[in-house]
Ligand binder design. Structure first.
Ligand SMILES: Cc1cc2nc3c(=O)[nH]c(=O)nc-3n(C[C@H](O)[C@H](O)[C@H](O)COP(=O)(O)OP(=O)(O)OC[C@H]3O[C@@H](n4cnc5c(N)ncnc54)[C@H](O)[C@@H]3O)c2cc1C
Length: 391
């Protein structure tokens, strides 16, 4: 038996085997063989989800050896990227073709397929999650058959598959819509939270990527503004908190201290009221939590299981050190997020099951039918997926 654990250490499992296929054909053979043997199959990326999405006692597949850029069409601004490619291995090779990802989250250690499968996002009012940059998917279904679905060939299935937690198949390659390569001017600073809130709308409008972290101990905001620029790269000026670099070098931040996290996407208009209640909760009932609350904007999309489906959102994240108890704080915060119409990030901690999640997603039943189509025997379902997708 092998051992697998997620980044925060909260999720552990002992699969019979962790398979490391090196080709799509090998993925297909492994899935067909496991399905015939009645085994459950899960696939992992970098294990940066906080939920037991990848947990299995049967077969775990890692696509660490199915990585790299498969093809690039610079004129169309598109590339097909193998599913196991880590985000930090995408920026530089794409830049050589004059191309770049539209947006990225806080870290770049995720596998592309892992980030896509949970709707991982960065910040920016006009920018959707990484899943909205996907235009085509190649994957191995529950019987080992190979499929290719894109936005034009089968838009209905595509919209269900683009955020699907590995519940319909093992993604092997992902076609991405890209932007011309760009540099970002980063500016970071601290200020009193009330000042940050008073100027929030103005900054969100004026900045391609604006976010803040509220630190409960000091009641200060750490603000981060990223703006495209044609100026030459310049190293970090620590006093001014400024630098200019390639987009793919500016987006990620090292996260050296491990934590657990809950995040909900609330409708944009509810963001400030929700943040205010979370802030009060922390001050009044959880004054010992020193970890910041993160506040980001995400554009609406039309992907069936995206937390941003049909509405622009504010993603509000709360954190606690991995070695400290997070449950009482997260349990108190969750009803606040839900009261504001929040939908949980699929990869982060929440307590909802399908009964509570289904009413949040208008196309829930359609997604169930797409899952039935590609994995009728439930080869890819583990206990957690049964709870959140079936109930
Ligand atoms: C330090 C840290 C920072 C983070 N920052 C952000 C952020 O800024 N924004 C944000 O939105 N989220 C963020 N997250 C959450 C994270 O991006 C998501 O949980 C993401 O899914 C993790 O990617 P992964 O490669 O580790 O995938 P895993 O956690 O390993 O897997 C995630 C899901 O993808 C599926 N999957 C993986 N590979 C495949 C495949 N080839 N085919 C089919 N399904 C597959 C898995 O089965 C699972 O359901 C962060 C998490 C951490 C720990």
């Amino acid at each position: 038996m092998a051992e697998w654990r997620n980044w925060s250490g909260l999720v552990t499992c002992n699969p019979l085997e962790i398979a490391l296929p090196t080709s799509e054909a090998e993925v297909a053979a492994i899935v067909a063989q496991a399905a015939a043997a009645g085994q459950n199959v899960r696939v992992c990326g970098s294990g940066h989800s906080f939920q037991p999405l990848c947990a299995t006692s049967d077969l775990l597949i890692s696509l660490d050896n199915l990585a790299g850029i498969e093809s690039v069409d610079p004129a169309a601004g598109e590339a097909t990227i193998l599913a196991g490619t880590k985000l930090h291995d995408i920026g530089k090779p794409l830049a050589a073709y004059g191309l770049a990802l539209e947006n990225q989250g806080d870290v770049d250690v995720q596998a592309l397929a892992g980030a896509v499968s949970t709707g991982t996002h960065g910040t920016g009012r006009s920018l959707g999650s990484i899943s909205t940059q996907v235009i085509g998917l190649r994957f191995v279904a529950g019987d080992g058959s190979l499929h290719e679905v894109n936005l034009h060939s089968d838009p209905d299935a595509f919209r269900a598959l683009a955020v699907s937690l590995g519940s319909c198949g093992v993604l092997t390659a992902i076609r991405m819509r890209l932007l011309p390569a760009y540099r970002l001017h980063e500016r970071t600073w601290h200020e009193p939270i009330d000042e940050c809130l008073a100027r929030l709308e103005e900054r969100i409008v004026a900045t391609r990527h604006f976010e803040f972290f509220w630190y409960p101990q000091t009641d200060e905001a750490f603000c981060k503004a990223l703006q495209p620029t044609s100026a030459d790269p310049s190293p970090l000026d620590a006093c001014e908190g400024e630098r200019i670099d390639h987009n793919y070098r500016v987006f990620p931040t090292a996260r050296n201290v491990r934590f657990n996290e809950m995040e909900y996407a609330v409708p944009e208009e509810a963001g400030l009221a929700c943040f205010d209640q979370i802030r009060n909760l922390m001050r009044e009932r959880h004054p010992n939590i020193t970890w910041p609350v993160e506040y980001r904007t995400v554009a609406a999309d039309e992907l069936d299981l995206s937390p941003n489906q049909g509405r622009a959102t504010i993603a509000i994240s709360i954190h606690q050190a991995a070695e400290l108890e997070h449950r009482p704080f997260f349990a108190d915060a969750e009803p606040i997020f839900r009261q504001h119409g929040g939908r949980p990030h699929w990869g982060k901690l929440h307590s909802l099951s399908a009964r509570e999640l289904a009413p949040l997603y208008p196309r829930w039943q359609h997604c169930a039918s797409v899952r039935e189509r590609f994995d009728p025997r439930g080869v890819f379902l583990n206990e957690h997926l049964r709870r959140v997708l079936i109930g």
